[in-house]
Design a protein. Structure first.
Lengths: 418, 163
């Protein structure tokens, strides 16, 4: 019998028996969470199940990050409902202003080798630390919170090997956009993506989380990075080095597919409206005037992302035809960016900075697009209507592309201004 | 028997339950008035109880919002038929008791009158006089669907252990 993949190993630890890809198993869940968009229905499902308490309240979190702070009475009432439930059950509440679930989770909760379920499709972001983390709907998460368990099919694994030095102006965002363009938006449906190779080893946890985050945009269940020295360094910085442990695929593990990417051949990549797999090299996009630029979100709202954008904007002014919105992923990111002058750089360049959270990406507030508006965003999705208006157009790119675009007022290659 | 409403490939949850109605998520009947609005503006007023949503590849990609299948169900659709489904949406359908059927939807045209036999795994197209077979759901999902969804399953069994 061959070796085991990282996914199989984590699942084995959580169901207490040997497993292989394809099997359906019941696993213990280490961490579960919901957000304000999915939370009210999750709580309703728990009530319907007749189990109005969490199996492990200290490892269950409600994040108010999607409409944060609330722009409408109805959503304020949803927030009240969730706050009351947290208080009643002892579930942890991450209130408005603390930022995006997945980034708070990376900073404070997720551990290598954990099984994590979240009522948010981008829960897979936690794969950056080597956690088997996946998004589910409200009913599944309600069951996981109530019972401390969930059922899942052990996924087959696609091993994505990225080697070579990333060229100047090319980032982890370009790696994942390139991959999704290549395998399409359902190219990895039900599968685990596992990332390896010397490019990957050289990426920070922040850069890895961009790739993990967008794994779901290829349909994947998880996007996994085997924990290594970088993971250890990150956890130490977060004050929780003791959460580190090593776990990884065996060398003779049975991978369903291997995908190789030569990082040295990559260019900045843009996803064009209205699907994430509609990708083009930036040199092939042509002249596209942009009304709004969004820097932030669950995909690219970390300090490193803000630094990349600010380094391009420093001492310059954004185009007068373009509004630029910066939304830090978490309060920790916001505070660090404030202390090191990054926020000042944004404000001086003409950009505006919002409360940490999902911001304009989910179409609820803080930058809803007008009819015919074109946006270049660092977010993970560009579906029609995503940013609150079906008559608008969303292009996706890296924070460097976003900053270069902000200066020119049209989609621009960051390599020309770095 | 119900009528087929056809949609294309890659119908995202942003088209099914658009973010601009985020504030209606705790008011599902109201949210259901906008079901699939992003893909077909008048759909909510056209669909009748017992009809079928019929689509191409990768139906339901995107967000984990369970509201998407919930409002398809509330609007009256009996099942969603597609060539393939996105993972979270697929689980969500079964969890709320809405059949998600993977089959060759090229054989179905807009307006065809369909009948669904879950037990036999057959869709009868009364308009064309044809039968379409489909692969039954995986065991675990069949058990959940059979009991009316995951809430009912957990109420009945108090556990997932034997799922």
């Amino acid at each position: 019998m061959g070796g085991k993949t990282l996914s199989e190993k984590i699942i084995e630890e959580h169901c207490g028996k040997e497993v292989s890809a394809g099997e359906v198993v019941v696993v213990n869940v280490d961490l579960s969470y919901m957000q304000d968009g999915t939370g009210p229905l999750t709580v309703l499902r728990m009530k319907e199940m007749g189990i109005e308490k969490a199996y492990n309240p200290e490892k269950t979190i409600i994040f108010l990050d999607h409409a944060s702070p609330s722009p409408r009475m109805e959503l304020s009432n949803d927030h009240r409902f969730l706050r009351d439930f947290a208080e009643k059950t002892g579930i942890i509440l991450s209130d408005v202003g603390y930022g995006i679930s997945h980034h708070n989770s990376l900073e404070s909760y997720a551990r290598p080798g954990d099984v994590i379920v979240g009522a948010d499709s981008h829960t897979c972001t936690n794969g950056a630390l080597g956690a088997f983390a996946t998004g589910m709907g409200s009913t599944d998460v309600a069951a996981a919170i109530a019972l401390g368990k969930t059922w899942m099919k052990v996924p087959e694994t696609y091993l994505v090997e990225v080697n070579g030095r990333l060229p100047k102006g090319v980032y982890s965002k370009d790696i994942i956009l390139h991959l999704i363009g290549k395998i399409t938006s359902n190219g990895a449906t039900y599968k685990a993506l596992e990332f390896t190779g010397n490019t990957i080893t050289g990426l920070s946890t922040a850069a890895r989380s961009t790739i993990a985050n967008m794994s779901v945009e290829a349909g994947a269940k998880v996007g996994l990075f085997p924990p290594d020295n970088e993971t250890k360094k990150f956890l130490k910085k977060m004050g929780r080095e003791e959460d580190f442990r090593e776990v990884g695929s065996d060398e003779d593990a049975d991978f369903e597919k291997r995908i190789e990417i030569n990082a040295e051949e990559l260019e900045p990549v843009i996803a064009c409206p209205h699907l994430v797999d509609n990708t083009k090299k930036i040199s092939e996009v042509g002249k596209v005037k942009v009304n709004e630029v969004l820097i932030g979100t669950s995909c690219n709202g970390r300090l490193e992302d803000l630094h990349i954008a600010a380094s391009i904007l420093k001492g310059k002014k954004i185009s007068k035809n373009t509004r630029v919105i910066v939304t830090p992923a978490s309060r920790m990111v916001y505070l660090e960016a404030l202390k090191d002058g990054t926020i000042e750089t944004f404000i001086e360049s003409g950009a505006l900075v919002t409360t940490p959270g999902c911001g304009a990406c989910d179409g609820v507030h803080e930058g809803i697009l007008g009819d015919g508006d074109v946006c270049l965003a660092t977010q993970p999705r560009n579906f029609k209507g995503r940013m609150g208006n079906p008559n608008s157009f969303i292009y996706l790119g890296s924070p460097a592309v976003a900053a270069a675009t902000a200066l020119a007022g049209e989609i621009s290659d960051p390599r020309e201004v770095m | 028997m119900g009528k087929a409403w056809k949609f294309g490939d890659n119908i995202s949850t942003d088209l099914i339950a658009p973010g601009r109605y985020f504030h209606l998520r705790s008011n599902l009947p109201e949210l259901a008035k906008h079901v699939l609005e992003g893909a077909r503006t008048e759909f909510a007023s056209l669909v009748r109880s017992g009809d079928f949503v019929v689509a191409g590849e990768n139906f339901g990609l995107g967000s984990s919002r369970e509201h998407a299948p919930v409002i398809i169900n509330l609007a009256g659709a009996k099942a969603v038929l597609a060539k393939s489904f996105a993972r979270i949406f697929y689980r969500n359908c079964i969890n709320i008791g809405l059949p998600a059927i993977t089959c060759n939807t090229d054989e179905i045209e807009e307006g065809d009158e369909l009948e669904l036999d879950m037990e036999q795994g057959i869709i009868t197209n009364r308009t064309k006089g044809t039968e379409l077979t489909f692969t039954p759901l995986p065991g675990v999902m069949n058990r959940i669907l059979h009991e009316g969804g995951l809430v009912a399953y957990i109420k009945n069994h108090k556990s997932l252990e034997k799922i």
